[in-house]
Every structure is written in structure tokens, then in C-alpha cells.
Ligand binder design. Structure first.
Ligand code: NAI
Length: 347
């Protein structure tokens, strides 16, 4: 019997390609995982009549850990996001996205003239986004009041805001970040974002060793471009976190490299920040780095720290020595060549 059983949802678009690459690398690194394959998304509708069959949630609840590829969501019409449903149904309240540059991957800071605008030293970016994952603008409660007038409901609760802020301060303390930046728009949304900010302040009082900075979301976007490292750990509401995560990804080389985790009290789902990339799906060109870095987070979560570091070293070597590079980062390597390069560095 394998040491670990992990639910694997390959997803659609480039999902199956990057998931296969990650499975291969994790196996080569010597982690004993039995993957429990589960399908979700548009493909399961004709077979099971739903985009999120019960057995997917049951499998995650049983195994407590899942690795998930991207799942496409139609814009404007069609089914609700499977990603949002999984996060809600399993109460995965914390979205954790560490944004760090990789060696050899140019950032706007390495490309900018040194010393201008307070860029981070050496061009290396290191910040973390903790996003509330269960409420805010993502309740899916929308209706038409009258023709031409529509309304969306934003829900902010003390319970969800408190636990996400507590999560962020605890994470900052544990990982050695000196500062948590609480990002909000309480100047305009005084009740909802105001409550979130109050919960941030309360968490700050419980963690006196971590500095607390309050920042309005638009100012945060500007500061993230000028000097991202000063932000430390950002904690914010659902929609702001979603947008800022992609901005942050752009600072370190794009969506192909940034990992993520959705963490609850009983289960955790690890997934890349990027989507299903329909423009390159099925061509063998996808960069598996984001899902691989998500898998590294997953291995740490499962206390497989040695194997996590082994894969991390291999990944850094491949980037630093330019042994392979996919098209999203200006290279010409295929997913296959990139995967082989990582495997060659697993020592
Ligand atoms: P996207 O992230 O799929 O693609 C944006 C651009 O980045 C494309 O040019 C794509 O080729 C490139 N890209 C993304 N990941 C890459 C990778 N690993 N390697 C190389 N290039 C990569 O965003 P888009 O086009 O807005 O969304 C497509 C679909 O994905 C939508 O249906 C959306 O709802 C879904 N989506 C799903 C997510 C999830 O399952 N967690 C997250 C984000 C979007």
C-alpha cells in the first residue's frame, strides 16, 4: 500500500498535460503516492449530469489532500465555476499564493535600471497573497431588478474575515515575514470592507511581533508594481485577491510559474494560479512549473520535506542553467523536454 493517497483532478485544457508532467517528476523524486484520479468540469456533464460529481468531493474529503489542474468556466452564461464550488463545499477558506521569482527568469525589476523606484534588491520578488476564498463578491448571488438593472450581492462575515486574517498573521510569523498588509476598500465599502479591516486589526493585536500595514486596494496595486517585497504577506478579500494574484504573477514571469493552495481545516487542494490555456492546449507546449510548485507546497503539507527540497533544487537548476525553457518564458522547449530536464536534475 502506498504511503500517501492523493486525489488528482487533471482538469481540462492544458490540465492533463501539466498534471502528467508533475506526476512523473514526483514519482522520479521518490515520493510514494497513489493518485486517485477524479474528473470534473464540462467533460463530466454528459457522463454524470454534473460538473462536480459527488465522488470528487468524497475523494478529497477522504484523502484530505488533492492536486488539481485548471477547469474552464464559461463567461457570462453556463455552469458555475467548479473551482469556486470545490472551495465552498469543502470550506477551503484560505487561498495561499506565494509569489517568488525564479533564478534566471527576468522580472520587470531585473530589467529596470538599478536603484530606480525602490525596486527589490537583485530583482528578486518575494511576497505572499492570502485571499479569502469563500465569500465576498463570489457568492454567485446575482439578479435582475428590472430590465437594464442588475445586482450582485457581496457578503462579508466576521467569522470568515477573522479566520483568514488569523491565518495570514500566523503564516507570516511561521515563515519569517515581518509584515502583513491588510488590503481593503473600506473608504468606499464602509460596512463590508470595514468589517474585514476590523478583523485584520484584531488579528494584528494577537500577533504583536508582526507589523500590520493597512492599504487600500488601488494603492496596493501601485505599490506591488513599485516595490512588491515591502508588502510581505497580503491578506485581502476574494475579488481583490484574485486580481492582485495575477498582477503579482506578472511580476515574476507570468501565470506559468506561480503556485497556489486552497486550505481548510479538514482538507487542502493544491493548484496553479493559471487557467486551462485553451490557446496552447493539446500542443505539448504548456509550462508545468506552476503545478509543480503547487505540488512542492503539497509535499511540504504532507511532511515530505526532503522530496520537496529535492524537486525545488532541480527546478531552480533548470532555470538558473537554462537547461530548458517553455514558450511562455521566451524559450522553445516542449512540456516533455522541460519535464525530462527537471528529472535529470533530481539528485
Ligand atoms: P489562462 O491562465 O488559461 O491563460 C492566460 C494566458 O496565459 C494564455 O495565453 C495561456 O496560454 C498562458 N498560460 C497560462 N498557463 C500557462 C502555462 N502553464 N504554460 C504556458 N502558458 C500558460 O487564463 P484565461 O485564458 O483567462 O482562462 C482560460 C480558462 O481557464 C477560463 O475558462 C477560466 O475560467 C479558467 N480558469 C481556471 C482556473 C482554475 O481552474 N483554477 C483559474 C483561472 C482561469
Amino acid at each position: 500500500m502506498a504511503k500517501h493517497v492523493v486525489t488528482l483532478i487533471p482538469g481540462d485544457g492544458i490540465g492533463p498535460e501539466v498534471a502528467a508532467a508533475v506526476q512523473e517528476i514526483v514519482r522520479a523524486a521518490g515520493v510514494d503516492i497513489q493518485w486517485e484520479l477524479q474528473e470534473a468540469g464540462a467533460a463530466t456533464v454528459s457522463l454524470k449530469g454534473t460538473t462536480l460529481p459527488d465522488e470528487v468531493l468524497d475523494s478529497i474529503k477522504k484523502n484530505k489532500v488533492a492536486l488539481k489542474g485548471p477547469i474552464a468556466t464559461p463567461i457570462g452564461t453556463g455552469f458555475r465555476s467548479v473551482n469556486v464550488q470545490i472551495r465552498k463545499d469543502l470550506d477551503l477558506f484560505a487561498s495561499l499564493r506565494p509569489v517568488k521569482s525564479l533564478p534566471g527568469v527576468a522580472t520587470p525589476f531585473t530589467m529596470a535600471p538599478a536603484g530606480k523606484g525602490g525596486q527589490p534588491g537583485g530583482g528578486a520578488v518575494d511576497l505572499v497573497i492570502v485571499r479569502e476564498n469563500t465569500e465576498g463578491m463570489y457568492t454567485g448571488i446575482e439578479h435582475e431588478i428590472m430590465p437594464g438593472v442588475r445586482e450582485a450581492v457581496k457578503i462579508v462575515t466576521e467569522k470568515a474575515s477573522s479566520r483568514i486574517c488569523e491565518f495570514a498573521f500566523t503564516y507570516a510569523e511561521k515563515m519569517g515575514y515581518p509584515r502583513v498588509t491588510v488590503v481593503h476598500k473600506a473608504n468606499i465599502m464602509k460596512k463590508t470592507d470595514g468589517l474585514f479591516l476590523e478583523c485584520g486589526r484584531a488579528a494584528a493585536r494577537r500577533h504583536p511581533n508582526v507589523e500590520c500595514v493597512e492599504m487600500i486596494v488601488d494603492a496596493c496595486a501601485m505599490n506591488m508594481v513599485r516595490n512588491p517585497n515591502r508588502l510581505g504577506v497580503i491578506v485581502t478579500l476574494n475579488l481583490y485577491g484574485d486580481i492582485l494574484s495575477d498582477l503579482a504573477a506578472g511580476l515574476v514571469g507570468g501565470l506559468g510559474i506561480v503556485p497556489g493552495a486552497n486550505i481548510g481545516l479538514d482538507a487542502a487542494v493544491f493548484e496553479a494560479v493559471h487557467g486551462s490555456a485553451p490557446d496552447i492546449a493539446g500542443k505539448g507546449l504548456a509550462n508545468p512549473t506552476a503545478l509543480l510548485q503547487s505540488a512542492i507546497m503539497m509535499l511540504d503539507h504532507m511532511n515530505e520535506h526532503d522530496c520537496a527540497r529535492k524537486i525545488e533544487r532541480a527546478l531552480r537548476n533548470v532555470y538558473e542553467r537554462e537547461l530548458a525553457r517553455t514558450g511562455d518564458l521566451g524559450g522553445r522547449s516542449t512540456t516533455r523536454e522541460f519535464t525530462d530536464a527537471i528529472k535529470s536534475q533530481l539528485v
